[in-house]
Ligand binder design. Structure first.
Ligand SMILES: [Fe+2]
Length: 327
């Protein structure tokens, strides 16, 4: 591929692809954010996702910015997440454990930890903002997911705009409509209020209405705001990138749902469907801002308990922590 720029980092320089969205078609400009779309991209060619590079990144990754999870077998949809920590393991040991276990490592906010990924993310959003009309984004987030063969991510809905970029391995992604019965308004409100993590009720028959994509290296998937999804890795290690973004429209939807959630759960009111215009919207946006600022709802934030540490010798790759802790 033709390369026309370099990303600098420390002593090394990594070639950046001339173009990231290599498979963009004119219709993608209209479909983006409205309908699930699968588009080719050049992230595998950046050199930023090899085992060597990832091992170096993992070794020094700040504890507060990663999640390390073990989950149940595919086909069982009852959520069986347990949360662990890398402990003192080096990066190669962590990658080997992921190859052999049923684990999911989520490096969050990579753009804040390593400038190479900040530069890459900046290029990705700059390209997208040129390709999608009126797409003006902020509060970006760049995460790297390294996950085991046959790992799974349970049915959930994320709050910001989101895309999934496959770099290595293959995964099957199920994307569902972002409205009831797949996503009840009251459940999205509870996710926004932090009363439940991203988990929402799931029924196996929902799959009959899902868009199912087997994502291969060099393909990315974008879906409408809050569209529920779940993921099953094929029988291979997966390296994927998640990007998140906010727009004014997403921020307004967040505010109205926050206010609706407060009205529904604290006052027993059944609010109308969310809308993001007119005086009633601004009244609700003010209510949401006031409640957030007051800190009244802080105690409802979901709390996660870390129960195990990486043990490369164990078949499960986990050893229970003598003292668990919350984060
Ligand atoms: Fe997600």
């Amino acid at each position: 591929m033709k390369r026309d720029s370099d990303i600098s980092h420390g002593g090394g320089r990594v070639a950046a692809p001339a173009r990231i969205m290599t498979g963009w078609k004119p219709e993608h400009s209209e479909l983006w954010g409205q309908h699930p779309v699968c588009i080719n991209h050049a992230l595998p060619e950046t050199g930023l996702f090899s085992d060597d590079v990832l091992a170096g990144l993992i070794e020094s990754y700040p504890r507060q910015h990663y999640d390390f999870l073990h989950m149940g077998e595919q086909g069982v949809h009852k959520k069986l997440w347990s949360e662990g920590e890398i402990g003192g393991a080096d990066g190669k040991t962590v990658l080997d454990a992921i190859k052999q276990g049923r684990l999911w490592l989520n490096l969050r906010r990579v753009h804040e930890v390593d400038s190479r990924y900040a530069d890459l993310m900046g290029n990705m959003f700059a390209e997208l903002e040129k390709l999608v009309p009126n797409f003006s984004t902020y509060k970006h987030n760049f995460g790297i997911l390294v996950s085991s063969p046959k790992a799974q991510v349970y049915y959930h809905a994320d709050i910001p705009g989101q895309s999934l970029w496959q770099v290595r391995g293959e995964k099957r992604v199920y994307v569902y409509p972002n409205y009831a019965p797949f996503l009840a308004e009251k459940d999205m409100e509870r996710v926004i209020l932090g009363e439940i993590e991203e988990d929402i009720p799931y029924e196996p028959w929902f799959d009959d209405y899902a868009q199912v994509v087997t994502l291969k290296p060099g393909e990315m998937l974008n879906w409408p705001l809050n569209a529920p999804h779940r993921v099953e890795n094929l029988d291979c290690v997966n390296v994927s990138v998640t990007t998140e973004h906010w727009t004014d429209e997403i921020r307004n939807m967040y505010a109205i749902r926050y206010a609706n959630g407060v009205l529904r759960s604290r006052l027993g009111v059944t609010p109308p469907k969310p809308f993001t215009h007119g005086p009633a919207f601004w009244a609700k946006a003010a209510l949401a801002a006031g409640v957030k600022k007051s800190g009244l709802l802080k105690r409802f934030r979901y709390d996660r308990e870390v129960t195990w540490t990486l043990d490369p010798k164990a078949s499960s790759k986990m050893a229970p922590l003598a003292e668990t802790y919350h984060r």
